[in-house]
Design a binder for this molecule. Sequence first.
Ligand SMILES: [Zn+2]
Length: 335
Amino acid sequence: MRPVMKNPTVTAGGIRAGAPVVPRGKPRQIGLPQRALAGFATTMSELMGPRQTESFGILMYHRVADPVAGLARPTWNVPPERFGQQLEGLLSRGFEAWPLREVLAHHREGRPVPPKAFVITFDDGYENVYLHAFPILRQLELPATVFLATAYLDSREPFPSDDWSEAGSGNVPYTTWRPLTTEECREMHTSGLVELAAHTHTHADFRERPGDLLSDLRRCQRVLRDRFGIERATFAFPYGNKSDGFAGPELSAAAEEAGMLCSLTTEPELVRPGTSPFDWGRFAAEEHDTAGSLAAKLGGWHEAVRSLGHRLLGRRPRHELRRPYQIDSSDTARE
Ligand SMILES: [Zn+2]
């Protein structure tokens, strides 16, 4: 886990103050054994297609911007060209992007979602999503959801949660770090392709604070209603991993009480039939991902090979150590 660093943040009252940047719970560098396993997963996926036929996957993006030569690479970033290649490659493999609300409706009605359906999501609400990702989504006619930390709409400052050392510096174009404007959100929303959604108001650390999450989400929902006419939003947890307590049953219950339609985590797992949408995981789509490696994640090969890797290394798979509530056990039983 990365060390906790000092960085300005915004308190629930909206005042910037020194506060720790909370860990994202995911290693930045992957070692050789992990790389080999990921490569194996990609090969199996390319040879055999999706391993899981009753599940589908959700992809998580953050920033879509070009790195600046000679400077630290932007964190949580996929450059625009790579972003386009990833999505075009998934389409050419037969994957179809579905709106999040449509998979939620299917779930509510007990209708299955095809295994090659997937959902595209963006966290935080970077302006570069409008500038670089939205034109590609429009060109390919792909629906997506943007989870907005609503306190920072129209802000000219970097997100307090932005852990990129160059965010806000004069060395890089502001488009690499600046939050979306209300007007840009409106344009995406009215296109009918992009769903605007909740990512809390302040993007604070809500671990063990379900009451604070509830009131913050109500505020976020008010902004989404007042500015964009969204009555009930979908929601993704900030930071979002269960192992560090950024998601879990108490926080999910608060999201449900706030009227959210779901609460997505950052656990890299498929959505299996019968799993509560207040506990659906997502796969990070990263700069090093190809369409093939994303197809392996969405097809269940990544999870299967990771479990195998844990077994080979003598560790128990994560999903056996921390059993998410309401998860279908059929997959773990097979492995
Ligand atoms: Zn976030």
